[in-house]
Design a protein around this ligand. Structure first.
Ligand code: ADQ
Length: 485
C-alpha cells in the first residue's frame, strides 16, 4: 500500500517508532516483549488507536518462520493488543552497519562519555542514513493526516527530519533514552551537524536529564547557528522546536503486584536458603554492557571479602554476590571483551573465597523474567547499581519498588540518571576505585531505621513518577504544541 492509499484509508492517529517492535520470538511463537516501557506505550497506543513501527529483531531472509516472513512484509500490518504493527526489515548487511557499527559501535560509546573508543566509518553511516529513511517511509505510510508520531532513541536520530520532509502535517516527538553528550565529546562525531539537523525535525525533543537538554541546545547553537530561547530552538526552516526533560520511570504497580503475591515470601526464603543463608546478599542485575560497571562491583566485593576475611574452610560464606547479566551485542568487539573481563573477575573472586558447595559469587549470564527478578530484588540486602554512565537505569527503580517492608540499601552511581531522583541511595562515583568498596562498608554499617527512612523516600518517588505518568506527560506536551501551531 503506498502512502496516499494508506492515508486515504485512515492510518493511525498515534504512531510509536522504535528500533524494535514490541514483540519477541519465544521458541516458534511471537510474544509481547517484557518491560514497563513497552506496556506503557502499548497502553497509550491502544487507547487512540495507534501503530508501532520497528524491526522484528530478526535478520530478513534468514528465518524459515512463516509468521516472521509475514511480519517483515511491510505491506502487511499485524496487530498486537489493538495496535497495528509495521515491520521494517533489515538485511544482514544493514544489521551489521546500522545496528552494530553505527548505533552500538559509534553512537552508544560516544554518548556514554566515550568509555570505549567509537568506530566512525562513512560506509556504515550511509547505511544508517538509508535505514533511517526506510523507517521514515514506513511511518509515513502508517500515520493518518495530522497524526502524532513518537520516535525513540539513538538508532533513529536522523529520522525526524526525514519524516517531516515526507509528511509536514505530522506532529513529531523524539525521546533519547541514553545520555546526550557534552560538546567536547559530541564534536568528535563526523556527522554531527546531520544528527542535530535530524533531531530538529521534531516538534519536541526529550531527554532523561536537564544536562542532556542543555548539551543539545548549546550544540545546536554552536554548530547550526540557530536562534535559541531558553527551552526552544528555532530550526533553519523557521519552526520552533521545544526541548524538554522527561525522566523515565517504571511500572511500579506491576512490581508491587508481583511482590505481594502470596507465594513470594517462600520464594525469597528459598533463594536465601540456596545461597547458604548468608548474613548479607549483594545483588546486581544488568545487561552485560561495559557502561554498567559490573567489573567495578566485582572488584569492590573482592576487596570487601579480603578485608572481612570471609574464608572459612568448610562453612557457607557470610556474604555473597548474585550477579545476573544478560549478554547481547556480541558482534561488537567491546562487548565480547567485557564478557571476558566479567567472566574472569567472577572466576578470580570465586577462586579466592568460595568453599566446597558455596560459591561467593553466583553469576547467571542470562536474562530473567520479571517474575524471577522480583524475588531476587526482595531477597537482597544491598543492591549494586554502579554504571560508569547510564541514561536512567530502571533496575535501581525496580529494586526500590520491590521493597514492600522498606528494608534494603541501594548503592547507586552518580552517573546514572536515576541518581537525580533517588538521592536517598548511597551515591557513589564509580570512577573512584575505592568508592564502591567504601559504599559497601557504609551499607553494612547503616542502622535499620535509617535504611527504612531512605527506602520510604525512594519508594515514594518511584511510585509517583512511574512510566505511565512519563508517557502521558511527554504526549501531553507534544499534543499541546499542536494547538499552538
Ligand atoms: P538499558 O541500558 O537496557 O536501557 P536499564 O534501564 O537498566 O538499562 O534496564 C532496562 C530493563 O532491562 C529493566 O526493566 C531491567 O529489568 C531489564 N534487565 C536488565 N538486566 C536484566 C537481566 N539480566 N535480566 C532480565 N532483565 C534485565 C536504556 C538506557 C537506560 C534507561 C532505559 C529506559 O540505557 O539508562 O533507563 O533505556 O529509558
Amino acid at each position: 500500500m503506498d502512502n496516499d492509499t494508506r492515508r486515504s484509508a485512515g492510518g493511525q492517529r498515534l504512531v510509536v517508532v522504535a528500533n524494535r517492535l514490541p514483540m519477541q520470538r519465544v521458541g516458534d511463537r511471537w510474544q509481547t516483549s517484557p518491560g514497563g516501557l513497552v506496556r506503557a506505550l502499548l497502553g497509550v497506543l491502544g487507547s487512540r488507536p495507534g501503530a508501532w513501527v520497528g524491526w522484528t529483531g530478526e535478520i530478513d531472509g534468514q528465518s524459515d518462520d512463516a509468521v516472521l516472513s509475514e511480519a517483515t512484509d511491510l505491506s502487511t500490518a499485524h496487530e498486537l493488543d489493538g495496535v497495528d504493527l509495521h515491520s521494517v526489515p533489515l538485511s544482514e548487511e544493514e544489521f551489521n552497519h546500522f545496528y552494530e557499527r553505527v548505533a552500538n559501535g559509534a553512537l552508544w560509546p560516544l554518548f556514554h562519555d566515550a568509555i570505549r573508543e567509537s568506530t566512525f566509518d562513512a560506509d556504515s553511516w550511509s547505511v544508517y542514513r538509508d535505514v533511517n529513511r526506510r523507517f521514515a517511509e514506513a511511518t509515513s505510510a502508517a500515520a493518518a493526516e495530522g497524526a502524532t508520531v513518537w520516535v525513540h532513541d539513538y538508532h533513529l536520530l536522523l529520522m525526524p527530519a526525514m519524516l517531516r520532509e515526507l509528511r509536514p502535517d505530522l506532529l513529531i516527538g523524539f525521546f533519547l533514552h541514553i545520555p546526550f553528550p557534552p560538546q567536547e565529546l559530541f564534536m568528535r562525531m563526523p556527522w554531527r551537524d546531520e544528527i542535530l539537523h535530524g533531531m530538529l525535525g521534531s516538534d519536541l525533543v526529550g531527554f532523561q536529564r536537564q544536562v542532556g537538554a542543555e548539551n543539545f541546545i548549546s550544540l545546536a547553537k554552536r554548530l547550526l547557528d540557530v536562534e535559541v530561547t531558553e527551552d526552544t530552538v528555532r530550526a533553519a526552516d523557521g519552526r520552533e522546536v521545544h526541548v524538554g526533560t522527561f525522566p523515565i520511570g517504571i511500572d511500579a504497580a506491576e512490581i508491587d503486584e508481583l511482590a505481594r503475591r502470596p507465594s513470594m515470601p517462600a520464594r525469597v526464603a528459598e533463594i536465601r536458603d540456596r545461597l547458604g543463608n548468608p548474613e548479607v546478599v549483594f545483588l546486581g542485575v544488568d545487561r552485560l554492557d561495559y557502561t554498567k560497571g559490573i567489573d567495578l562491583r566485582l572488584l569492590g566485593f573482592g576487596s570487601l571479602l579480603k578485608e572481612r576475611h570471609n574464608v572459612s574452610p568448610t562453612g557457607p560464606p557470610a556474604m555473597v554476590l548474585v550477579q545476573v547479566a544478560v549478554p547481547g551485542r556480541e558482534g561488537v568487539e567491546s562487548y565480547a571483551e567485557e564478557r571476558h573481563t566479567v567472566d574472569q573477575l567472577v572466576g578470580d573472586v570465586n577462586g579466592e573465597y568460595s568453599t566446597i558447595g558455596y560459591p561467593v559469587v553466583h553469576y547467571l549470564r542470562r536474562g530473567l523474567p520479571l517474575e524471577d527478578l522480583v524475588p531476587l530484588y526482595m531477597a537482597a540486602d544491598v543492591m549494586l547499581v554502579t554504571p560508569r554512565r547510564d541514561g536512567m537505569n530502571l533496575v535501581a527503580k525496580e529494586f526500590v519498588a520491590s521493597r514492600l517492608d522498606d528494608t534494603g540499601v541501594l548503592i547507586l552511581s552518580e552517573f546514572a540518571g536515576a541518581s537525580e531522583a533517588l538521592v536517598d541511595a548511597i551515591l557513589v562515583n564509580p570512577h573512584d576505585s575505592n568508592a564502591v568498596l567504601e559504599a559497601m562498608r557504609t551499607a553494612l554499617a547503616m542502622p535499620p531505621d535509617e535504611a527504612s527512612r531512605r527506602m520510604r523516600l525512594m519508594r515514594q518517588s518511584v511510585f509517583e513518577h512511574n512510566v505511565h505518568e512519563w508517557a502521558r506527560e511527554f504526549l501531553r506536551l507534544l499534543n499541546g504544541l499542536a494547538s499552538h501551531a
